[in-house]
Design a binder for this molecule. Structure first.
Ligand SMILES: [Zn+2]
Length: 460
């Protein structure tokens, strides 16, 4: 087995979407997955998490070395950052709360890495309530790979707390999607790949309380303890199936995606029933929602604490002409109207009413043309079959929106680019062009077959 954390130099500097060398030799325990994995079937009865898979000791088994280090000082953080220098990869997870605040309130940053040369694993918990975590930006900016599980929110939190995103990302949930595991939990993947059963933590635990309880500490540590081992096992199987580059591409796409928060002028898209707004109401909804979003950011409170959705929609539907009329609007709470809020809302209403047509921001969801519907139905059925045949999570292959975008010829449609182009886009194009047809194989399985011109005649 390749040395852990060994960099594969060929994937370095190639530009594009490499994750910086998180590559195994493809001989991990279990080998290429076969026989239709389900997302997280339990470890068979009697299996103890001893970490001895068929291919030798599992990486997860020797992962935890003593209790995690807890970093609460500037010097401690600086030392941690020094020790992480030169690690080709590190695992990272965050715990945060966002019930009342606009910005996520970071409560813990967990890191795991392996020291060189002996490969011993270390786990550290950085306490952002005790020390500003911003210097971790130095770690993120290095050309090493951050391994995380379902990293979308972690990225958002890191961007806010540290001001940067990791230079490379390996998301174990995305990567496992290319082995047929759809939106798999970390627990199910460590069971499947490492035969390690993670202790279930209390999902509703308060991460902002101090001191953290021993069970909080061990739960937080376990979120990163097995990530590097898991990433290596998944990578090995992806290499064996020639799919590592697909996963890398998908992780790079996640990293390149614009982080929340949204443009305030698009905040109204999140309103329930926004599609029922017509005419000038849409402009008003856009401007008042933008005002609300910006106010919420400034005050670091939830937008609905600035102005309830009901009040916002009422204002958009029947815009008040005067401040007294505003005060009578449904859903308006006197607490919403403190400070200059009344004047600001009235100004937003006026701006929304006078919005030039080109300034209205509409979500990109045009209704699908009727002629496209049969093609979309067939294509969607085939994508589901392809997902089973290839053992790739269907949501990764193509969403319904992807199919519609591609078939309606939208420029830069996802199915026409990257790894999807050959696997999904090209066959769909043939289907849409009449060069291929869909048939059933007699056992309920859909087949996409070449359609020889002239051989098949329309019955009607
Ligand atoms: Zn966690």
């Amino acid at each position: 087995m390749a040395a852990l954390g060994e960099r594969v130099s060929t994937s370095e500097g190639a530009g594009g979407t490499n994750t910086g060398g998180l590559v195994s030799d493809g001989t991990g325990p279990g080998g290429p997955s076969s026989g239709g994995p389900s997302s997280g079937g339990p470890v068979p009865d009697g299996t103890v998490p001893d970490g001895t898979g068929p291919g030798g000791p599992s990486l997860g088994a020797r992962a935890l070395v003593g209790p995690p280090e807890i970093v609460t000082t500037k010097d401690g953080l600086a030392s941690l950052i020094d020790r992480l220098e030169g690690s080709p990869e590190y695992a990272l997870d965050t715990e945060f709360h966002r019930e009342r605040t606009y910005w996520p309130r970071l409560a813990l940053v967990q890191l795991a890495w392996r020291s060189k040369p002996e490969g011993q694993q270390h786990v550290a918990l950085v306490d952002p309530l005790a020390v500003d975590p911003e210097p971790l930006s130095q770690v993120l900016a290095r050309p090493s790979v951050m391994v995380a599980h379902a990293a979308t929110q972690d990225l958002e939190v890191l961007a806010h707390a540290c001001g940067v995103l990791p230079s490379h990302l390996f998301d174990t949930q995305i990567a496992a999607g290319f082995l047929g595991y759809g939106s798999a939990s970390l627990t199910s993947l460590t069971e499947r790949f490492l035969r390690v059963r993670l202790t279930k933590g209390d999902r509703l635990t308060d991460w902002s309380r101090r001191p953290l309880t021993p069970s909080q500490i061990s739960y937080a540590a376990s979120d990163v303890t097995h990530l590097l081992g898991l990433a290596h096992e998944i990578s090995a199987q992806l290499v064996a199936r020639g799919r590592l580059s697909w996963a890398e591409e998908e992780c790079a796409t996640l990293l390149a995606r614009p982080q929340n928060p949204v443009d305030p002028h698009e905040a109204w898209w999140k309103l329930r029933d926004n599609r029922h707004l017509q005419g000038v109401s849409r402009g008003i909804a856009q401007e008042v929602a933008a005002w609300r979003e910006e106010k919420a950011r400034t005050l670091d409170i939830q937008p609905r604490m600035v102005l309830a959705d009901l009040a916002l929609l009422s204002i958009a539907h029947s815009p008040p002409a005067t401040v007294p009329a505003l005060r009578e609007t449904r859903g308006i709470d006197a607490r919403h109207l403190r400070g200059n809020a009344e004047e600001e809302i009235m100004a937003a209403v006026a701006k929304g009413k006078a919005l030039p047509p080109g300034s209205l921001r509409l979500a990109q969801t045009q209704p699908m043309s009727k002629e496209l519907r049969p093609a979309v139905t067939l294509a969607t059925a085939w994508v589901a079959q392809l997902s089973r045949d290839e053992e790739v999570d269907a949501a990764l292959l193509a969403t319904r929106t992807d199919v519609v975008d591609f078939l309606s010829g939208k420029p830069a449609a996802r199915l026409g680019e990257g790894w999807r182009a050959g696997l999904v886009g090209a066959p769909l194009r043939r289907l849409a062009n009449g060069e291929a047809s869909l048939a059933l194989d007699g056992h309920g399985r859909l087949l996409l077959e070449d359609r020889l011109r002239g051989q098949h005649r329309s019955v009607s």
